[in-house]
Ligand binder design. Structure first.
Ligand code: CA
Length: 527
């Protein structure tokens, strides 16, 4: 017996399930892979079908992104593959989830459906979507190869019934956030870039004490937090601690219960008390960087590469000499240099083949086209000669894409490129318009392998989800509140730590750990 596993993210998929139960009775019209066992016919180049065919697609994502029949990128793909797509989702509707549910309830499914993983996990085993494993084996050599070298993506898209129902969007570029420091302040105080937690402390201390902005006032705020305490809490990595779930040698651990977290709290509260962290770290909010860089009082932060680096451009005239530069994470107390944040390696959105599809073989060949070199370039960069040119073997965007009033992402989306269907993003698409400082920072974190592997997105049984809902939320809240009290010095870490741990146990934290461990083991068992 297999219990039905659902994603943590849908708590109330119940409605959709009952809706679909009505239409799956219509007949057992599951599509079989044609010519089972027979040799696979080779088609020329990237052809997905010998003769031109049209298939329908449901693509209505993020309450705004709807498939357009006139998208040049998909038209180009049709020329290459012989498969053209026709959008089936209503252009005027704005609620993607509702549009999806209505479609499922109608039982009238387009050939291809774009939706989130939990929907494939739920409706796939019920028969609404075709299992793709055999189709991938036979007709998707590019994607098959990708899965073989990326087993985590295979695990991520394998439903609890052991089958794959979707090919998902795979983001690229693992770097998210990094440490930044005021290089002009370091220069002014004749200090070196800090490389360890102790050196970082000394630098922040000097920023606080030695008037690097030169106005004669002790108004410097060495460390900026624009996420209401989250960035401050994440400084815990400098003492080897995690602020969330992580795994070590197959064991799932809740970071905020570690001894290392206790040590981190003791030290961060000391930093706070000494004025090294913004006194308003927990309240200032999203504009903290803008405010403190603009008035020339902010010294260092831990934040996104792209947006932080942009201050070098935007403040050029306002704050003469302003220079905020990415630095390697200071080595933690154990001497390890590591970055606690990462960009997700997996995305929930993907496309699958519905039970109504009369030619799943062509669809799979078409899906696979997007994993070929030509298809991947088309989806990442658009159309050669129009949006990019090949320079020394690399696609380089034209100024007509880079230098407009819209963002590059908007320009690309308008022609049907970078649409979140089953394709592998190429970070070099983004690199071309990142500020050089941001690019250098992200590259350093990736090349030097500072970023620790992310804790995977797990899926849970209904019972496990219940435990998370009932206990997880209140436990998270308690940890957040206690962390804040410690950092702000409202309570002493040493005298309240044991009580904190026993409270967590009374609240059922061990049940939560058990749930995570089981889900994590299942994730690792999946082939
Ligand atoms: Ca000052």
């Amino acid at each position: 017996m297999k219990s039905k596993r659902i994603l943590s993210l849908i708590l109330a998929g119940v409605m959709g399930a009952t809706l679909f139960a009505g239409c799956s009775k219509k007949g057992d019209d599951k599509v079989e892979v044609k010519n089972k066992g027979a040799a696979v016919e080779k088609l020329e180049g990237n052809l997905a079908s010998k003769n031109p065919i049209q298939q329908t697609i449901h693509l209505h994502s993020y309450n705004r992104l709807i498939y357009k029949d006139e998208w040049p990128v998909f038209k180009k793909a049709a020329e290459i593959t012989n498969v053209s797509l026709k959008g089936a989702a209503p252009q005027s509707a704005t609620n993607s989830e509702q549009v999806f549910n209505i479609m499922m309830a109608s039982g009238d499914l387009p050939d291809i459906v774009v939706t989130e993983r939990e929907n494939f996990f739920k409706y796939g085993p019920e028969g609404a979507f075709v299992p793709l494993n055999e189709l991938i084996d036979k007709y998707a050599p590019n994607y098959k190869k990708y899965l073989e070298s990326n087993p985590n993506i295979k695990k991520f898209t394998t439903s609890p019934d052991g089958k794959i129902y979707s090919i998902n969007f795979v983001p690229d570029g693992e770097a998210a956030e990094g440490y930044f420091i005021r290089q002009d302040w370091l220069d002014k105080l004749n200090l070196k870039v800090p490389t360890t937690v102790n050196e970082y402390y000394e630098v922040l201390k000097a920023f606080r004490e030695k008037d690097p902005n030169g106005n004669g006032k002790k108004d410097e705020i060495p460390f900026i937090d624009r996420a209401k305490g989250k960035k401050t809490t994440q400084l815990c990595s400098l003492w080897g601690a995690y602020d969330a779930w992580y795994a070590k040698d197959g064991k799932v651990i809740y970071g905020p219960m570690d001894e290392a977290y206790k040590t981190a709290m003791i030290n961060i509260s000391k930093w706070y008390k000494e004025g090294l962290i913004d006194p308003e770290a927990f309240t200032r909010g999203a504009n903290a960087r803008n405010i403190l860089f603009e008035n020339n009082t902010g010294g260092s932060t831990h934040d996104w590469f792209a947006t932080t680096a942009l201050f070098n451009d935007s403040l050029k005239t306002k704050v003469p000499g302003f220079s905020v530069q990415p630095i390697a994470p200071p080595a933690d107390v154990n001497g390890k240099v590591w970055e606690i944040t990462s960009r997700p390696m997996m995305n929930k959105t993907g496309w699958g083949i519905s039970k109504s599809n009369k030619n799943p073989e062509a669809t799979m060949r078409y899906f696979d086209f997007w994993w070929s070199e030509e298809g991947r370039r088309l989806m990442n960069f658009g159309i050669e000669g129009q949006t990019y040119d090949m320079v020394n073997g690399k696609p380089i965007f034209k100024d007509s894409i880079l230098k407009t009033t819209k963002t590059v992402t908007q320009e690309l989306e308008a022609i049907g490129a970078q649409i979140q269907v089953g394709f592998h993003q190429d970070f070099s698409y983004e690199e071309q318009w990142m500020n050089p400082v941001a690019k250098q920072g992200a590259k350093m974190y990736i090349d030097k392998k500072y970023i620790v592997p992310e804790f995977p997105l797990l899926s849970y049984t209904t019972e496990e989800q219940k435990v998370i809902n009932e206990k997880g939320t209140s436990i998270d809240t308690l940890i957040k509140e206690q962390t804040q009290k410690w950092i702000l010095g409202a309570e002493s870490v040493e005298t309240t730590w044991d009580k904190y741990i026993s409270t967590l146990k009374n609240m059922g934290v061990n049940d939560l750990i058990k749930v995570q461990q089981t889900a994590y083991d299942n994730f690792n068992k999946a082939k």
